[in-house]
Design a protein around this ligand. Structure first.
Ligand code: NCD
Length: 309
C-alpha cells in the first residue's frame, strides 16, 4: 500500500484515498518543475509504449509528452492497419511482443476488460487508457486534479455529471475516485444513458449522496461543477437509439446566463455539440486547462510506477 511502484493502473476503484492524495501532490510538484524547466531527467533510459486501438488525441499525446518531459523515450504502435494486428495477431500476443521492448505499456482498446487481460499477460506495468465503455482511470485523476485547482478544495462540493453516463468510461472512473472525497452527485442523463446500476449501487453503499435526474437546469442550479460528456456514438449497436438521444444536453451562454452564478465546467473532450463554442470564453470553462493537467498527472503516475517518487 502507498506505493505505485511496479503496479498496473487499471480501474478507478483501485486506489486508496492516501494514494490519490499522493498522486495529486506529485502532479503538483511536476507542474511546479515544468514552470522553470522543459524536461526532467527522472526516467532517462526508460521506454513507454502506446498501444492504441481506438482514436485518441489527448490521452496518447499527453502520455508521450509526459514521458519525454521526464527524459524517457516513447514507442508508439500506429493504426492497426500498420501492424500485425491486421494479420490477425491477438491482443495478448501483440502486448507480449511490445513488453519485450518497453518498460511500461499504455493501452486503449474497445473491449471492456482488455487492459486487465494485457496486464495479466505481461511482466511490465500496464496503464489503462480506456477499455471500451469500461474505465479510464488516468483521466479521472486529471479531472480530480483540475477540480482541486479550479475550486481550491475537495470538500463539500456538488457535481453534475451530464450526458452519456452509460457508456462514458471517464465518468465511470471519475465517480470511483470522487467517492473518496466530499461530493454530492447529480447524475444527469436521458433514461437510456443512465449510469450503470452496479456503479450507482456501489457508490450508495459507500455512503455517497446521488440524485439521478434528466433535468440539467435543476442539477446545474444546485451544483458547483458541471462535468459534460459526449454521447458515445461508437458504442451504440442501434444507431436509431443514438439519433434519439444525441443533442440531449447542450450548454451555451444563454443557459449559463440563466444560472445567475459562476459554475465550473469540465469536459474530457472531444466535444461534439454538448458545449457550444460561445461558452469557451466563460471564466468557469476549464476544459482546456483540464487538458494541460493531463501532462502533470501522467508524469506523476509514470514517476511513481518507476519508484521515482
Ligand atoms: C474520452 C475517452 O476517450 O474516453 N476522451 C479522453 O480520453 N479525453 C472521452 C470521449 O471520447 O468522449
Amino acid at each position: 500500500m502507498g506505493s505505485l511502484k511496479g503496479r498496473d493502473i487499471l480501474h478507478g476503484n483501485q486506489f486508496t484515498k492516501r494514494e490519490i492524495e499522493t498522486i495529486l501532490k506529485v502532479a503538483a510538484e511536476m507542474e511546479k518543475e515544468l514552470r522553470t524547466k522543459s524536461s526532467l531527467n527522472l526516467l532517462k533510459g526508460k521506454i513507454l509504449a502506446t498501444l492504441f486501438f481506438e482514436p485518441s488525441t489527448r490521452t496518447r499525446l499527453s502520455f508521450e509528452t509526459a514521458m519525454q518531459r521526464l527524459g524517457g523515450g516513447v514507442i508508439s504502435m500506429g493504426p492497426v492497419e500498420g501492424s500485425s494486428v491486421a494479420k490477425g495477431e491477438t491482443l495478448v500476443d501483440t502486448a507480449r511482443t511490445v513488453a519485450q521492448y518497453a518498460d511500461v505499456i499504455v493501452i486503449r482498446h474497445p473491449r471492456i476488460g482488455s487492459a486487465k487481460e494485457v496486464a495479466d499477460a505481461v511482466a511490465v506495468p500496464v496503464i489503462n487508457a480506456g477499455d471500451g465503455a469500461g474505465q479510464h482511470p488516468t483521466q479521472a485523476l486529471l479531472d480530480l486534479y483540475t477540480i482541486r485547482k479550479e475550486l481550491g478544495t475537495l470538500k463539500n462540493l456538488s457535481i453534475a455529471l451530464v450526458g452519456d453516463l452509460r457508456n462514458g468510461r471517464t465518468v465511470h472512473a471519475l465517480v470511483e475516485i470522487l467517492s473518496h472525497f466530499d461530493f454530492r452527485f447529480y447524475f444527469v442523463a436521458p433514461s437510456l444513458l443512465r449510469m450503470p446500476e452496479e456503479i450507482t449501487r456501489r457508490m450508495r453503499e459507500k455512503g455517497c449522496e446521488i440524485v439521478e435526474t434528466e433535468d440539467l437546469a435543476i442539477a446545474a442550479s444546485k451544483s458547483d461543477l458541471l462535468y459534460m460528456t459526449r454521447i458515445q456514438k461508437e458504442r451504440f449497436t442501434d444507431l436509431s437509439e443514438y439519433e434519439r438521444v444525441k443533442g440531449s444536453y447542450i450548454l451555451n451562454q444563454e443557459f449559463l446566463g440563466r444560472l445567475k452564478k459562476r459554475i465550473t465546467i469540465l469536459h474530457p473532450l472531444p466535444r461534439v455539440d454538448e458545449i457550444h463554442p460561445d461558452v469557451d470564453s466563460y471564466s468557469g470553462a476549464a476544459y482546456f486547462r483540464q487538458v494541460r493537467n493531463g501532462v502533470y498527472i501522467r508524469m506523476a503516475l509514470l514517476c511513481m510506477i518507476f519508484g521515482k517518487r
